[in-house]
Design a protein around this ligand. Sequence first.
Ligand code: SF4
Length: 360
Amino acid sequence: MGELTHRKNTRQVKVGDLTIGGSDELFIQSMCTTKTHDIEGTVTQIKRLEAAGCQIVRVAVPDEAAADALGAIKSQISIPLVADIHFDYRLALKAIEQGVDKIRINPGNIGRKDRVEKVVTACKAKGIPIRIGVNAGSLEKKFLQQYGYPTAEAMVASAVEHIKILEELEFYDIIVSLKASDVTLAIDAYTLAAQTFDYPLHLGITEAGTKFSGGMKSAAGLGALLSRGIGNTCRVSLSADPVEEIKVAKEVLKAFGLASNAATLISCPTCGRIEIDLIPIANEIEEYIEKIKAPIKVAVLGCAVNGPGEAREADIGIAGGNGKGMLFKKGKIIRTVPEEIMVDELKKEVDLLAAAYARG
Ligand code: SF4
């Protein structure tokens, strides 16, 4: 583990203002659950996603009404918009015309070569990339027959075939995903893909499940890949409000030091030495730091004796006990305040650190 560094060694592909690939920066994506032709509903959801930290958003484009809505949606949001098209090249052309920042379509599914050419020419003209999305659940028959099962090799073979179609047309602004709901299969497929080509990879464990189980499954899969240096964008797929997807993705990225715009909570599990009612405080601080756009670590610990030492890496923290709260930075106590105001004092210190970070 850890030996691959595919993330930095990928080609760079522009999606709107963002440069995907070629660096350690990893972007969080989500997908709207609204009907795309419902412009107002879709824009409202995208704005909630943006506020939660979503950096790229995808919408389904199953029909003309959806394609026609894309321009209006795009004009009201500030993150890149991706159109998800299954095979209809006319919808792809319409989406491109409407000004989307990326399309997700598998060129091998478009059909006749002249149609693929039309889509590629339109993408080239507007500088729009194409994401090839291989999915274990909908792998082409010929690969299933050849490999007997949707294996990592079969998935990568499918991706390579789609890639070749685009490369033959001298189109290289490609991003690839190889999603599976089986975590081990997804890890193997992405790892093999990283060894096979240098296009940026969009990570995802598809149909992961509900908020809790799907979040855990996604964390396990994404974690394994991120630790190998694989992944340039990611999406957590949950049967839940998509804002929950962003929360999970952010936590996973934070765990690998890959989120530059989010604060992290450190809180103790509590034990027999506990001296304060810690759990509600930890929840309150977790909610408070959601709005902080700086990579600071905030600790909430249950006792004054062990607390500060246990959270030495925290940029700021409190440890409660004996009616008092100790505020500490990097393991060193900076002041002691009455317990009733320690949470407010911690919030003030968090704000000061965030402001200092913003000033650079
Ligand atoms: Fe127990 Fe104190 Fe450690 Fe919390 S900080 S787990 S209360 S020893």
